[in-house]
Design a protein around this ligand. Structure first.
Ligand code: ZN
Length: 166
C-alpha cells in the first residue's frame, strides 16, 4: 500500500479566533501519512485535499490533543525542581530522557509549585486554516525510516536529537 508525503501551510486558531500557532512563510510542514507526526483530526482532513486546496479543518479534542486530566496536575516542593529561577508559565521536562513529559508551572505559592503535565492544547477545539502545497508518493527510504525526507535529505538537515534512523 502506498503512502503519501504531504506538505501544507497552516494557521491554528482557537474558538475566539486567537492565533495559537502557524507555519512560517515558505516553510510548510511536511509529514509521512500514518506516521503520527501530526494530530489525527488534521491528518484525516488533509488526506481529502489536493495540491492547491485551501480548507478550514476543525479538530475536536478527541481527534486532537485529548482532554484535560486533572490527575496530571501536581503540587511539589520548590526544592524538587532542577532549576533555581522559575516563573508561572515556564515549561520544563520532567526527567532526563528525551521522551519525559513536558510540564508547565501554573502556580507558585511559597515553597509549593503547581505543575501541569497536560498538553497546553488538551481540551481545546482547534480551528485550522490549511493550504495543501505538496503531495507525492513516499520513497522506499522514507517508508523504511517512518518519516518524510525534505530537501536536506534524512531529517531535513536540521538538528535532530530524536531521529533514530542514522
Ligand atoms: Zn530518515
Amino acid at each position: 500500500m502506498s503512502r503519501n508525503v504531504i506538505s501544507f501551510n497552516y494557521t491554528l486558531k482557537d474558538k475566539a479566533g486567537q492565533v495559537l500557532d502557524q507555519s512560517q512563510p515558505n516553510q510548510p510542514l511536511t509529514y509521512l501519512e500514518g506516521s503520527n507526526t501530526i494530530i489525527q483530526g488534521l491528518e484525516t482532513g488533509l488526506s481529502k485535499l489536493n495540491v492547491g486546496d485551501m480548507e478550514e479543518i476543525i479538530v475536536r479534542p478527541e481527534n486532537g490533543y485529548g482532554f484535560r486530566d486533572e490527575s496530571q496536575v501536581d503540587v511539589i516542593s520548590r526544592s524538587q525542581l532542577p532549576v533555581e529561577e522559575i516563573s508561572v508559565g515556564d515549561y520544563f521536562q520532567a526527567g532526563n530522557d528525551a521522551h519525559a513529559p513536558v510540564v508547565q508551572v501554573v502556580k507558585i505559592d511559597g515553597d509549593n509549585v503547581t505543575l501541569d503535565a497536560n498538553h497546553p492544547l488538551a481540551g481545546v477545539d482547534l480551528f485550522f486554516s490549511v493550504e495543501l502545497v505538496g503531495k507525492r508518493e513516499a520513497t522506499e527510504e522514507e517508508l523504511s525510516h517512518g518519516h518524510a525526507h525534505t530537501e536536506g535529505g534524512c531529517c531535513g538537515g536540521h538538528d535532530n536529537g530524536g531521529c533514530g534512523c542514522h
